[in-house]
Design a protein around this ligand. Sequence first.
Ligand SMILES: [Zn+2]
Length: 408
Amino acid sequence: MARSLLITRISELVTNALRDSDAIAAISPDNSAAAGGPGGFATLSNAALVIEGDRVAWTGPASRAPAADAVVDAGGRTVLPGFVDSHAHLVFAGERGAEFAARMAGSPYAAGGIRSTVAATRAAPDGVLRGGLRRLAAEMLGQGTTTFECKSGYGLTVRDEARSVALAAEVTPEVTYLGAHVVPAEMSAADYVSLVCGEMLDACAQHSRWVDVFCERGAFSADEARAVLSAGISRGLRPRVHANQLGYGPGVSVAVEMGAASADHCTFVSDADVDALASSGTVATLLPGAEFGTRQPYPDARRLLSAGVTVALATDCNPGSSYTSSMPFCIALAVRDMRMTTSEAVWSATAGGAAALRRSDVGWLGPGARADLIVLDAPSHAYLAYRPGVPLIQAVYQSGRRASLALE
Ligand SMILES: [Zn+2]
């Protein structure tokens, strides 16, 4: 038997689990077996949770908690699932602080800013890229992120994309091949798309779970995006799309058409885009750090939620448009500036991110879920937005083990 750990005296336990009645109806119509699973936003008050090995074994009222090998007194704090950051660009060298400062002083954002990071990334030894990646991963963990996705896309040569996905695979299973981030200056778009769909894909597929494309004016067209995604799918990768960040366009419709797990950004979407998302399994992943960092209008989260679209929140952590690794910061932006409720924002940053990565083991806390959780030094989840910028994360458990939060 794995050792068990009881965490008790939890003021609010965010479970995002199916309620018993829902679970019974969903799984056992004859009520013969109760079973949990990921569901909508849900909480338990005065709660406790038992971990066995790397899994959650039990949740319920503290007064009915079973005995365990060890006990942690949460002291009236909140416990919630570890954040699932489903969109991040962490393999790069250099930084663009001066570009940010200039933009805040009035210069517009252009997709071409990516190229300065490409030059620095190509020139960097593996050790520099690995060091930066591990520093950001540690930063994320310290802010409660226990699952994250990581994209390539600053190499744009076969060698540099291949080493980017290989390095990303050292720190997460959710690796995304984003050769189609931007066309490098030295190539034509047609030649580059051929490379991305051919030799570069061959070199990257073994380390990648996902294929992504920046479908936007100035980046890749709808047809080019289809070609890139189809090539990836044919190699067993699953599609996701950078869509409709800088203006209206075909990104969302291509994402839905190709069965993408997620259309990311969704800042400028038409009614048809909203309808397409609502009637598909494609999650809309909103990245408010990018709008913050580029001073663009935020996506209309209320419109998407009202239409029944599944919404995720992620950081888009990258050195150009959104150099934050903080899910609490994104939650605060979503609540304050995108008019999401605190519960919607926390769900989108946990279960929503899991949906965007097609993961059913994370983003919720109930029997069978992976024991990834945050102990928040606050009486409720609302404090993530109510006390923005304050380090409220007291402890993080990843696969049942308390993580060391010291930065390397
Ligand atoms: Zn991105």
